[in-house]
Design a protein around this ligand. Structure first.
Ligand code: FAD
Length: 208
C-alpha cells in the first residue's frame, strides 16, 4: 500500500506487487495529474475511468491507454447554485509554485439574457504563465456547470493551451448556451492580461 492507503498501481492500473492483479477505484493509489503527489480523488467518475484503463490493458498493454494522473473534476449544487472545479484551483497552483495567469468571465447561460430561466455563469481558468497550458478551472452557475467543468477536465487531460481554447469551435443556441462559450470568454480575458503589458495598442489599453 502507498502512504495514502491505496494499492500502489502503475499507469496501466497493474499492482506493483503482481502485474496480473489490477486495482481501480477508491482502493487504488492516485497521483495528481500535474504534481504526481498523492491525490485523494475517491469519486465514481475517477473509478470508472480507471476501470476502463484496466479493461483496455488486461490482455496486453496498449501504449496510449494509460492513466496520466487524476485531474480531479468535482461539481455540486446547493440551493440552486451549482459550483464545480477541475484540476488545480488558483490557491493550489500558487501553493505548488506555478507562476500563473488567470482569466475570468461572467455571462448569462442563455442569449439574450432576457430569456426565461437565465442564470449567470462565472468562469475562472488558471493557466501556467510561461507555457500558457491550462492548469484548472472553476465554474459557478446553473444547470450547465457540471458539463462545463467536464469540458475543462478534458482540456486539462489534452494539455490544451490558452491559444487552443481561444480558438475552440463551439455550438451556440439561444435556449441552450450563452452566445460566447464561457471557456473562450475566460481564456480571452487571460490572454488580454498576458498580452496587454507587451502590446498595449492591440487591446486598446492606454499607453503607460
Ligand atoms: C455519500 C457519498 C456520495 C458520493 N457522491 C459521489 C458523486 O456524486 N460523484 C462521484 O463521482 N462519486 C461520489 N461518491 C464516491 C463514489 O461512490 C466512490 O468513489 C465509488 O463508489 C468508488 O467505486 P469503487 O468501485 O472503487 O468502490 P465501491 O463502489 O465502494 O465498491 C466496492 C465494492 O466491493 C465490495 N466489497 C468490499 N469488500 C469486499 C470483500 N471483501 N469481498 C467482496 N466484495 C467486497 C463492496 O460491497 C462494494 O460493492 C460518493 C460517495 C459517498 C459515500
Amino acid at each position: 500500500l502507498s502512504r495514502s492507503g491505496g494499492v500502489w498501481v502503475d499507469a496501466f492500473q497493474r499492482s506493483r506487487e503482481d502485474p496480473d492483479i489490477f486495482a481501480v477505484g477508491d482502493c487504488a493509489h492516485k497521483q495528481d495529474f500535474f504534481t504526481r503527489k498523492a491525490n485523494h480523488a475517491m469519486i465514481a467518475s475517477q473509478a470508472a475511468a480507471e476501470g476502463r484503463i484496466a479493461g483496455m490493458n488486461l490482455y496486453g498493454l496498449r501504449q496510449l491507454r494509460y492513466n496520466a494522473g487524476s485531474v480531479s473534476v468535482y461539481a455540486s449544487e446547493i440551493d440552486g447554485l451549482a459550483f464545480g472545479v477541475a484540476g488545480l484551483t488558483q490557491h493550489q497552483a500558487e501553493q505548488e509554485g506555478f507562476p500563473i495567469l488567470v482569466g475570468e468571465a461572467r455571462l448569462p447561460d442563455h442569449h439574450p439574457a432576457s430569456m426565461p430561466n437565465t442564470t449567470e455563469i462565472y468562469c475562472r481558468i488558471i493557466f501556467a504563465a510561461d507555457s500558457l497550458q491550462i492548469l484548472g478551472g472553476q465554474i459557478l452557475g446553473g444547470a450547465t456547470t457540471g458539463e462545463l467543468v467536464n469540458t475543462i477536465g478534458l482540456a486539462i487531460q489534452m494539455h490544451a493551451s490558452a491559444p487552443d481554447l481561444a480558438s475552440m469551435q463551439f455550438g451556440s443556441q439561444p435556449r441552450l448556451t450563452p452566445s460566447l462559450h464561457p471557456l473562450v470568454a475566460a481564456t480571452g480575458d487571460a490572454l488580454r492580461r498576458h498580452y496587454e503589458p507587451l502590446h498595449p495598442c492591440i487591446t486598446g489599453a492606454p499607453h503607460a
